[in-house]
Design a protein around this ligand. Structure first.
Ligand code: EPU
Length: 443
C-alpha cells in the first residue's frame, strides 16, 4: 500500500490543469448502455473509479477502448453483448456509483440485476429514492441475495411523475438514473425535486445529443419525453469542480499564487464566494467564452478569516469540499462553524486533523473549528476520498513531515495528485508503506 510523504510549508507557484469530472464521467459512461451505437467520451480522468466502471461495463457487454486525445483520456464504448444485465457485488462493493447502471439497464434491456451497494465511510447511503423512481416508471423491483432485481413489464418503462425529494434533499445519482431511464420510456416523465448539480446538466446535454428529449436539467423539475431509441455521440466531460476547489484550498493554505486551467467557475459560485469571505481571491483570467472552462488565479490576504459553512445540494456549498475547507479553516484567525447537511457522519477527517494540532469540536453534524497559528506534521490515516484530500491540504501547510496512509482513497478521485502538486513546488512524494511501517503501525 502506498503512502504520501509531505513536507509542509512550501510555497506553490505555477499552473495546474483541472481534469474532467469523475462524478460527471461515471453516469456518462453508464449511458453507453442506452444505445447500440458508439459513445465516445473525452477528458475522462484516469482514476481507479473510472477503471472500475470500465470493468463493470465490460461485464455488461460494453467494450471500452481508451486512448489519449487532445482533451485527455478518450474512451470509446461499443456494445458487444446486449444480453448481459448483472452488476455483481464484487465490482459494486468497490464503487457505489455502479448503481448508475441500474436505470440504463432496465430501460434498454428490460431487466437488470444490480448488487445493492452497502454503507460506506461517509454514512449509510441508501438507494431507496432510485428504486422508488424506477417503480414510478413501472419497474417491478425485488431484492434477492443482496441484489436488486428490476424488470420492465412488457420490456419498456412508462413515463410518469417522479418525486425524488428525500430527508437530505434530492439525490444526484438517483436523478441521473431516473433521467437516463426515462429517455427510453414510453411517454413523458417529470422529475420533481431533481438534483440541480452541474453533472446532471452535463449528462442531460449528452443524452440530448444522443437524441433524448430532456428539458429543465439544472432546475428542480426535469421533463423527459421518451423516445424509441438513442444514437451515439462524442462528448467532452465537464471539468471537475471538486478537484478545482481542492487546488484552490491548496493555494490558499500555503498563501501562494496559483493558476488553475480548465476550471468550471460557473459551477463553483458558493465555494468561490466562501473563499472570498475568507480573504482568498479567485480571479478569472482571459476572456474565454466558456464559463465552465476558465483559467483563474488564486491568491489571498495575509490572514485567513473564519466563516460559517453549511453543506447543501447545488447551488449550495458542496459536501465534497467540506473536508478541504475545514483543513484550511484550521489556520484561520478565529472560530468557524461547519454544518454537514448531506452526509451528517462525514467527519472522519476531524480526528486526523486534530492529530496535526487542529482544534476542532464536533457535536453531531456540526464542527466548530478554532483557528491555530500552526499545524504540525504527523502520521495520519486517509479514510474516504475527500477526507484524505483535506489531510493533504493540512499537510501542505504543516510544519514538518506528514505521512498519509492508505492513499488509495485519494487515487479514486484525484489523477496524479502528487505530480500535479510537486509540479508547482510542493514537497510531496508517493512511497511504499513498508518504508514507514513504524509510523503506520503506531497509528
Ligand atoms: N439519499 C437517500 N436515498 C437515496 C439516495 C440518497 O436518502 O436513495 C440521501 C443520501 O444518504 C444523502 C443524500 O441523500 O444523505 C444525498 O445523496 P446523493 O444520492 O445525492 O449522493 P450520491 O448521488 O450517491 C453523489 C456523489 C458524491 C457526493 C453526493 C452529494 C457521485 C459518484 N457521487 O453521490 O460524491 O458527495 O452526490 O453531492 O456522483 C465523492 O466524490 O467523494 C462523493 C462522495
Amino acid at each position: 500500500m502506498d503512502v504520501f510523504v509531505i513536507e509542509g510549508g512550501r510555497q506553490l507557484n505555477g499552473s495546474i490543469r483541472i481534469n474532467g469530472s469523475k462524478n460527471a464521467a461515471l453516469p456518462l459512461m453508464a449511458a453507453a448502455l442506452l444505445t447500440d451505437e458508439p459513445l465516445i467520451l473525452s477528458d475522462v480522468p484516469n482514476l481507479s473509479d473510472i477503471r472500475n466502471m470500465t470493468r463493470l461495463l465490460t461485464e455488461l457487454g460494453i467494450e471500452s477502448v481508451s486512448e489519449s486525445s487532445e482533451h485527455g483520456q478518450s474512451i470509446t464504448h461499443r456494445v458487444t453483448d446486449p444480453t448481459q444485465s448483472h452488476a455483481r457485488y464484487e465490482i459494486v462493493r468497490t464503487m457505489r456509483a455502479s448503481i448508475s447502471t441500474l436505470g440504463p439497464l432496465v430501460a434498454k434491456r428490460g431487466s437488470a440485476r444490480v448488487s445493492l451497494p452497502g454503507g460506506c465511510a461517509i454514512g449509510q447511503r441508501p438507494v431507496d429514492l432510485h428504486l422508488r423512481g424506477l417503480e414510478a416508471l413501472g419497474a417491478k423491483i425485488t431484492l434477492d441475495g443482496g441484489d436488486i432485481e428490476a424488470t420492465a413489464p412488457n420490456g419498456r418503462l412508462i413515463g410518469a411523475p417522479v418525486f425524488l425529494g428525500g430527508p437530505f434533499g434530492s439525490t444526484v445519482l438517483g436523478t441521473a438514473n431516473i433521467m437516463s431511464a426515462a429517455t427510453l420510456a414510453e411517454g413523458t416523465t417529470i422529475i420533481e425535486s431533481a438534483a440541480c448539480e452541474p453533472e446532471i446538466v452535463d449528462l442531460a446535454n449528452m443524452l440530448n445529443a444522443m437524441g433524448a428529449k430532456i428539458s429543465g436539467a439544472g432546475s428542480p423539475r426535469i421533463t423527459i419525453v421518451g423516445v424509441e431509441s438513442l444514437g451515439g455521440t462524442t462528448h467532452r466531460v465537464m471539468p471537475d469542480r471538486i478537484e478545482a476547489g481542492t487546488y484552490m484550498c491548496a493555494a490558499a493554505v500555503t498563501g501562494s499564487e496559483l493558476t488553475l486551467e480548465n476550471c468550471p467557475l460557473d459551477a463553483m459560485m458558493s465555494a468561490v464566494d466562501t473563499l472570498g469571505h475568507m480573504g482568498v481571491h479567485v480571479d478569472a483570467v482571459g476572456s474565454d467564452a466558456d464559463p465552465m472552462r476558465r483559467s483563474c488565479v488564486i491568491s489571498r490576504a495575509p490572514e485567513i478569516k473564519p466563516v460559517q459553512i453549511t453543506t447543501q445540494p447545488h447551488p449550495g456549498f458542496p459536501t465534497d469540499l467540506q473536508a478541504q475547507f475545514m483543513a484550511l479553516l484550521c489556520l484561520s484567525n478565529g472560530n468557524s462553524v461547519i454544518t454537514e447537511k448531506i452526509f451528517p457522519e462525514r467527519f472522519l477527517h476531524v480526528a486526523e486533523l486534530c492529530r496535526m494540532g487542529a482544534q476542532i469540536h464536533r457535536q453531531g453534524a456540526t464542527a466548530v473549528v478554532t483557528g491555530v497559528k500552526e499545524l504540525t506534521g504527523a502520521p495520519v490515516m486517509a479514510s474516504d476520498l475527500r477526507a484524505s484530500a483535506g489531510l493533504v491540504i493540512a499537510a501542505l501547510a504543516a510544519k514538518g513531515t506528514t505521512i498519509i496512509n492508505r492513499v488509495y482513497h485519494i487515487d479514486r478521485g484525484y489523477e496524479n495528485l502528487e505530480s500535479k502538486l510537486a509540479g508547482v513546488g510542493a514537497s510531496i512524494r508517493r512511497a511504499d508503506a513498508e518504508e514507514f511501517a513504524d509510523s503506520a503501525m503506531s497509528h
